[in-house]
Write a protein that binds this ligand. Structure first.
Ligand code: SAM
Length: 279
């Protein structure tokens, strides 16, 4: 039962608009509005910010964001069946919700948003990582957003916050942690969703740092990390052979052992290696 606004319960919204979940669109809906309001609270200071939401679906998280006081929400949804339900929410919160029907991978939301901007979403699993990598690798830093509060499959969330030495440590951890603070702030079991997915989920909150944690050229860092983790079981001197003819010297000048493997190297170590490669 909804306690956060006077709109109909989400089960009724889904029945009225015949929103049977489509797997092809990664549709697993959150129907508990107290839970969506709790997720919205993880984004902090909403009343001072515009919020970009990708994939609002029937609007559970959208309603959470608005009830928690978001200044404005821009919601981008690909499934045209959801638009009438979202327009009903817009009518209940005059001037605070803009709905765009379209593909989040194609749309530039910036012209519809006023800084400061936060991003909050229960992302469709099939484009979640791609969107995150785009948000983490803009041309200029700081990015357009102050924070990202994002629901992922638990396994992806663990890759974002992973530390050296763990199996999940890789390119996503380096990309995220180089220029952000990244934390898992909530865990959700499959039963929290309708229909329940096979796996658990988690909400990750990333806050953009003003400056990268360690100096490095973004492209060099991204390339060397990709090469190192592409062959994560190999020693760095072999995995990075194609990166520079004198790779062993460069590894040593970065303070790394050529016999180390990618998953043993800290973020600071990869940044030192990127600088050594550019020297
Ligand atoms: N936010 C809702 C919730 O929490 O109940 C729905 C989340 S559901 C996991 C993902 C949503 O993303 C669906 O509504 C789906 O239609 C939408 N979606 C899928 N691909 C999309 C895309 N490329 N662009 C925008 N929305 C998309």
């Amino acid at each position: 039962m909804s306690t956060i606004d006077t709109l109909p319960p989400l089960r009724d919204v889904i029945a009225t608009h015949q929103l049977s979940a489509r797997k092809s669109l990664g549709q697993n809906f959150l129907l508990d509005l107290n839970l969506t309001a709790k997720i919205a609270r993880q984004a902090h200071d909403l009343n001072l910010c515009d919020v970009l939401e990708i994939g609002p679906g029937p609007g559970g998280l959208t309603r959470g964001l608005l009830a928690e006081g978001a200044r404005r929400v821009l919601a981008v949804e690909k499934d045209s069946r959801c638009i009438p339900a979202l327009n009903q929410i817009a009518a209940a919160y005059p001037g605070r919700l803009e709905v765009i029907e379209g593909d989040a991978l194609e749309i530039d939301p910036l012209e519809h948003l006023t800084p400061p901007i936060r991003v909050a979403a229960n992302l469709p699993y099939n484009i979640g990582t791609e969107l995150l990598v785009r948000w983490l690798t803009p041309r200029d830093w700081p990015p357009f957003w102050q924070s990202l509060t994002l629901m992922f499959q638990r396994e992806v969330a663990e890759r974002i916050v992973a530390q050296p030495g763990s199996k999940t440590y890789g390119r996503l951890a380096i990309l995220a942690q180089w220029r952000c603070d990244a934390r898992i702030v909530m865990s959700l079991p499959p039963e929290a969703f309708t229909p329940p997915p096979k796996i658990s989920s988690a909400v990750v909150h990333l806050t953009a740092l003003r400056e990268p944690r360690f100096p490095a050229n973004a492209e060099t860092l991204s390339n060397v990390v990709a090469a190192a983790f592409n062959q994560r079981r190999k020693m760095l001197r072999s995995a990075l052979r194609g990166t520079a003819p004198d790779i062993e010297d460069r590894l040593i000048s970065a303070g790394l052992k050529p016999t180390d493997r990618a998953e043993q190297i800290s973020l600071e170590g990869f940044c030192a290696l990127a600088r050594a490669l550019d020297a």
